[in-house]
Each structure stands twice: as C-alpha cells, then as structure tokens.
Design a protein around this ligand. Structure first.
Ligand code: HDE
Length: 719
C-alpha cells in the first residue's frame, strides 16, 4: 500500500481489514479438513460396522476433536471479560507544538483504532455489571507503528508501585480456598488488603461511586491514568494526561439495578455496544489532553508521578484535540477481541513515559503476559495485532511464526544483506527516548511526595452531588456489610474518618458500629522490615481546591435521548394512536422503543389494528430499560393491572428513578402501582413539567425531556 494513502479522510478500518485480516468465509464453499481435503460425511465417525467401535484411522474425527480440545487459551489474568470494536480517531487540533507523533499533526487525519473495554476482577464469562473499574484500551494503528493507550474509566489507581499489583489482584480475585465470590470486591481479602493500603483511598472513592457501574460502555470516560510525556521535533518535552470524554455524557445505573441486570442479562454492556454499532449509532468520544510544562513539574500539591492523583481540570484544563468513533463490530470475537494484545510500551516517536513507578512496572508486564496467554513471542503477527506500518527486523522463528523471512542475513550489522534492515535517524522517524537527566542513588523507596493519601479522596467526595454521596455511603455499607472479619470494617471506617467524618459516621451507622476513636495507623503494618515507622505515615495535606466540577456525574451531558431503550407496556385493547404517536416521537429523537406485552406475537388494539410485541413480560425486565410508557386503552390498562410483572415493571422503574409516562387509562394503571401511588398521590405531577419524572399527560415532548435527565434522584431516600 502506498504510504501516502494511509492518512486520507477515507482511510480507516478498511485499510486494517486489507492489511491485517486473514478471513475465512464458508459461503458457497465445500466443507474441508484443515488441510483442504473435501469432506464427504461430517455426521458419522468411521466405524467397524454400523454398530461397531470407532476406528483410530478416522483422521477426520481426530483432527476435528483435537482442534476442539485446544480451543481455549488462558484468559487474561486481569481484564478477562471484555468487548471491543473497530473505528477511527480523527484529529481536530494539531498537537505539533508539543509532539512529533505523526498522527497528531494534521487536523482531519484519521487513524484506525481497535478499542477493548473490560472489567478487571471477573473471569471471561462473568457479568458486565460487576462493581468494578473498567479497562479502556485503544490501539491506534498509526503510520509510524501501533500506539496503545491502555487506560481505565477512572483517572487514578489503587496503588503507587507496581510491586503491589500482584497483591492487589490476589486480594480482589475470588478467595483461593473456595473461589468465591466471582467478579466482586465485597469480600474479606479485598478489604483486608485495602485496609492496610491507605494509598488506595482515592481510588476506593471512585470504585464505590456510580462510575463503577456504568449505564453503557458508550457512556464512560476514559483516562490514561499515568502522566506521560510528549516530545516535539526540537526534543522539548511536556507532561501530559490523556482523557476520553463520551459525547453521550457519563451515566450510570444504580446498584440494585446492576445486581438485577446481572441476572437478567449478564451481557448487558456487550449487547448494548454491539447493537448500537449495528444500528449505526456509532459511539463517540472526544479526546483531550492536559499539558503541564516541564518547569511546572513540582508546582502542584501532589506529585505528577503518583498514579493515585489526578490533575483537577480547574488547575489544568482538558484541551479537546480530536474525536474517536467506533463504527464496526469485530467479525470474530476470539480472533479480535480475545487475541488483541495491548501494551503501554507500544508507543510512537513523540510520546514517551514518565517515571510513574506503576507505569514503569507495566512496561514489563504486558509482553510477558502475552507469552503465556497467546503462546509465544509471535503474537504481533496475529492479524488484530499487526501494525499497518511495515515490520522489518532480525527477529526470527518461534512458535507459530507466520512471516517467511527471505534472504541470508538475520543479524545486524551485516554486509551480506547490504546492512539491511538499517537503523533510522530521529529525523527519519527512529525512536529516541527522551533525554531526561537522572542523578540518583539506587534505592528501594517511595518519594515523600507520594505520602498524601487522603486529600484527593476528600476532594472527590466533596465534589459529588448529594445523591452521589449517598450512593458511595450505600456502596461502602454493602461491601463492608459482606465482610466476615469485624476488624477489617473497623480499620476501613477508621480510614474513612480521614476522608470525611460524616462519610465515616454514615457508613458506621449502616453497619451498626461506632466510628473508632483513634483509628489504627495502617501504614505501620506494611513498612519494610527495618524501616522507621514514622517515615511511612501518610502525610496530611489539605487540598486548596475544595470541589472539582468534572468529578461529579451530575454535571454531565443531559440533552438527548439517543440510543436510550424505552419500554412501552401494552395488552389487548391498547389505544393504537396513543402508542404510535409516542413510539414515533421517541424514535425520531433517537431512542429505541420496544413493545412489551403479556405474550409474544400480535396484540389486538382497540381500533382492531394489530400491534406486534417485541418482548413478553417473561423476557423483558424494567432494569434493561431507561424509561417506561403506558399508552391509553382501558382494556389494556385493566389487563396490565392484573399482571404482577407489569406492576413490578413500573415499581422497579420508579425505584431506580427512571422517567415514567402514561396516557389516559394508562395513568389509571399507574395509580395501581406503588410507584404511581407515591408519585401521583403526592400530587406533585405538574402536567407540563414534572420534577418527579412521572408524567401522565401523554406528551412525548415532556417525556423526552424527562428521559434526557437520565434519572430523578430526588425519589431516593437520603440518609
Ligand atoms: Fe494492567 N494488565 N496492569 N493496568 N491493564 C493487563 O495485560 C498490569 C494497570 C489495563 O483490553 C494485563 O494483556 C500491572 C493500570 C487494561 O486487553 C497484565 C499493573 C491500568 C488492561 C497487566 C497494571 C491498567 C490491562 C493482563 C501495575 C490503567 C486490559 C492481560 C503495575 C491505566 C487490556 C494483559 C486489554 C491488562 C498488568 C495496572 C489497564 C497482567 C503489572 C494502572 C485496560 O499484563
């Protein structure tokens, strides 16, 4: 492929398809063995007579079963459960002032990407709705090689040093003696570890917030987490943090809902991503950077190298420089989503690492893990991992080598191969590490500037709206409530006092315990054998910034209902006009409306027209929808009133603070539900503009405005 074609407007994933794919389609083809022999009978094994034993000679059977026996590869140690999609990144603002990375130079240029989202703790088949951090990995197939931005949906991490990662992961994974619980942090080993790691407290605030239970993978932020470096043509460097901001806003479900979704549809996020792309609703994120000049490295109250800290947007604004769009689902889950191998060390000239000790450790781990997961050193040759930039080097052989290297020389320097492949000068795109000055002693130690473990946890908590704070309190009560060891609860509540005394008091109240008067100093438990305890105490820093708007989801985008799933509850006798008017209005606004009825098939409307049910009450559930509408039609309303599942549908939608609308007799049915009694009985339904999110005037306009609000948290009991 001509190099100059790569960066035209219409370049994109078609190019990846050409270069990296090795597809197989059986359409119109004969069935064959792996060696190309046409198969005549794939229904019966070869036997000594119709009722006789199977013959060892049956090479066809043996090949098929052998391949099947080896179909599984080790799942990822962490981030095993994932979903992915193809797309492109389009640059809007040149970053040439800061970086020489080619894909960040020219506005309008599109770079193909493959993006994998994941949960961390669960196994491959675990639920999407676990309370967990989400991985947000982006592989940019740039002209200069693959660049992987392997981030999360939370901007900080639990630990400061890579050496603690195996401990953290062992603690959160199912407990080793009985392998429980799956994909959950609400158990003793996780909180035992956390109770001894005060540095985790900021991340714990994020993990206990609604960020850990996203409404959709398309509605999560993404963060590079670590501070990285950008390096320009003149070898000048700045520090940078990377951000992905979803165009649809950041939205979450509530914990009760998350647990129910896990039962009703444990593929909820995977399905949502897949269906959005299939229906042409391409997920989009704006890409932003926070730039810090090298001279400003030490001007903050925290250390830029500490991955338990974020840079508040009030201090350094996020500059949006481009947009990512996901527009194609993978063709094959295993070949692409499972075999993709990300690595923070896959970088391109113009981007470099900082000395964040967590990042430094990651630079070792990711190649190492692929060796056991993908079986050998040639995983870069798997189609999804192949760069679109040409690969030439003297690496040879190994398991499953695909490339047939020609020629006599496989070493450098050489004369036999005319010195090829040869090294590239920096001006030719050769990677040169940033020339950072280092003057240091070799020590096993942590910088004092990493010892503030609470100020940003407090900043995060104080930046939350009342309902978000409430959710954090409840999440902590839930998680700690599941513990069997009382002493762990005491230590955690002790640590919470250092974040916010009210938070600690509320959590303690829910657990039926006292806030400890003089909390244990947990760091004493994890100092080196001959360390001095006083050197390891968390230092007390009070953040000058009291609140940061960007940290609260209450301030997110709430201006549209695109891709929202709306349930319309109907039964025989429904008023067809009342149903159709709302359905059309919702769909015109970009939502997906589904008709739910007591049974599948056709429903007879009051005017005799038939309406097709999309789902029955058996297969549908309120937790799988964003809002619910009950159209007019007396007979339909009566039938729904006699249907416990329909009543439950409304009650759950109400409990989960969703918009509910009804028209005519539909409103009478609402009255029969607890939700309707509460909302309507209080008489707080203003016909044009409801603050409770329960609307009974059948107006599509008000319903659409209500759905766009995402949830009506005012309904929740505040503690
Ligand atoms: Fe990872 N991490 N990680 N991690 N990580 C892996 O690599 C590791 C960390 C992240 O969709 C593994 O291929 C260490 C932070 C994502 O395929 C493994 C440390 C962040 C994914 C690994 C960290 C991440 C991984 C497992 C501490 C956010 C999924 C399978 C030093 C910035 C990538 C694999 C995908 C996967 C190691 C910490 C993000 C074992 C040692 C911090 C999104 O190599």
């Amino acid at each position: 492929m001509a190099k100059d074609n790569l960066y035209t407007k219409d370049s994109g994933n078609a190019k990846i398809q050409d270069l990296a794919k090795n597809t197989e389609q059986g359409d119109g083809q004969f069935l064959t063995t792996n060696h190309g022999l046409r198969i005549n009978d794939d229904q019966n094994s070869l036997k000594a007579g119709e009722r006789g034993a199977t013959l060892l000679e049956d090479f066809q059977l043996r090949e098929k079963i052998t391949h099947f026996d080896h179909e599984r590869i080790p799942e990822r140690i962490v981030h095993a459960r994932g979903s992915a999609a193809h797309g492109y990144f389009e640059l809007h603002e040149s970053l040439s002032k800061y970086t020489k990375a080619k894909f960040l130079q020219t506005p309008g240029v599109r770079t193909p990407v493959f993006v994998r989202f994941s949960t961390v703790a669960g196994s491959r088949g675990s639920t999407d709705l676990a309370r967990d951090v989400r991985g947000f990995s982006v592989k940019f197939y740039t002209e200069e090689g693959n660049y992987d931005l392997v981030g999360n949906n939370m901007p900080v991490f639990f630990i400061q040093d890579a050496v603690k990662f195996p401990d953290l992961v062992h603690a959160v994974k199912p407990e080793p003696h009985h392998e429980m619980p799956q994909a959950g942090s609400a158990h003793d080993t996780f909180w035992d570890f956390i109770s001894l790691m005060p540095e985790s407290m900021h991340m714990i605030m994020w993990a206990m917030s609604d960020r850990a239970i996203p409404r959709s993978l398309r509605m999560m932020e993404g963060f590079g987490v670590h501070t990285f470096r950008l390096v320009n043509e003149n070898n000048e460097s700045v520090f940078v943090k990377f951000h992905w901001k979803p165009v649809l806003g950041v939205h979450s479900v509530v914990w009760d809902e998350a647990q129910k979704i896990s039962g009703k549809d444990s593929d909820f996020h995977r399905r949502d991503l897949w269906e959005a792309i299939e229906s042409g609703n391409f997920p989009e994120w704006n890409f932003g950077v926070q730039i810090v000049a090298e001279k400003d490295e030490h001007k903050f109250e925290f250390d830029l190298l500490d991955p338990t800290k974020l840079i508040p947007e009030e201090l350094v604004p996020v500059q949006i420089i481009g947009k990512m769009t996901l527009n194609r689902n993978p063709d094959n889950f295993f070949a692409e989503t499972e075999q993709v191998a990300f690595h923070p060390g896959h970088i391109v000239s113009g981007i470099d690492f900082s000395n964040d000790p967590l990042l430094q450790g990651r630079l070792f781990s990711y190649t190492d893990t692929q060796l056991s997961r993908l079986g050998g050193p040639n995983f870069h040759e798997i189609p999804i991992n192949r760069p679109i930039a040409p690969v030439h080097n003297n690496q040879r052989d190994g398991h499953m080598r695909q490339t047939i290297n020609e020629g006599q020389s496989s070493y450098h320097p050489n004369t036999i191969g005319n010195g090829c492949p040869f090294q590239a000068k920096a001006s030719e795109g050769g990677f040169v590490s940033y020339n950072e000055r280092i003057d240091a002693r070799k020590v096993r130690a942590r910088s004092q500037s990493f010892f503030d473990h609470f100020s940003q946890a407090t900043l995060f908590y104080n930046s939350q709206s009342a309902f978000e704070k409430n959710h954090i309190v409840n999440a902590l009560r839930f998680e700690l409530g599941k513990l069997e060891t009382e002493a762990i609860r005491v230590r955690i509540v002790g640590m919470l006092t250092q974040i916010d005394p009210t938070l600690a008091a509320k959590v303690a109240k829910g657990l039926g315990m006292e806030v400890p008067k003089s909390p244990e100093k947990p760091m004493n438990l994890s100092i080196p054998a001959d360390g001095d305890p006083k050197d390891f105490q968390p230092t007390s820093v009070v953040s000058s910034l009291k609140q940061s708007k960007a940290l609260s989801m209450a301030n997110t985008v709430k201006d549209n209902i695109k891709t929202r799933q709306i349930a319309i509850l109907v039964a025989d006798g429904v008023d067809e006009a009342s149903l159709t008017a709302m359905k059309q209005a919702l769909e015109a606004a970009g939502a997906k409306a589904k008709i739910i009825a007591p049974h599948l098939g056709q429903i007879n409307s009051a005017n005799g027209k038939q309406v097709k049910a999309d789902q029955s009450f058996l297969t549908a559930a309120s937790v799988l929808f964003d809002a619910v509408y009950v159209p007019d039609g007396q007979q339909s309303a009566n039938a729904l009133q006699a249907e416990p599942d329909a009543i439950n549908f409304i009650n759950e939608a109400f409990k989960h603070c969703k918009a509910i609308a009804a028209d005519g007799a539909g409103a009478k049915f609402l009255n029969a539900t607890d939700a309707g009694m509460k909302a309507l009985g209080k008489n707080d339904v203003d016909k044009s503009k409801s603050t409770s999110g329960v609307l009974v005037d059948g107006s599509p306009k008000s319903f659409i405005a209500a759905i766009a609000q995402h949830r009506f948290w005012e309904r929740e009991k505040q503690d």
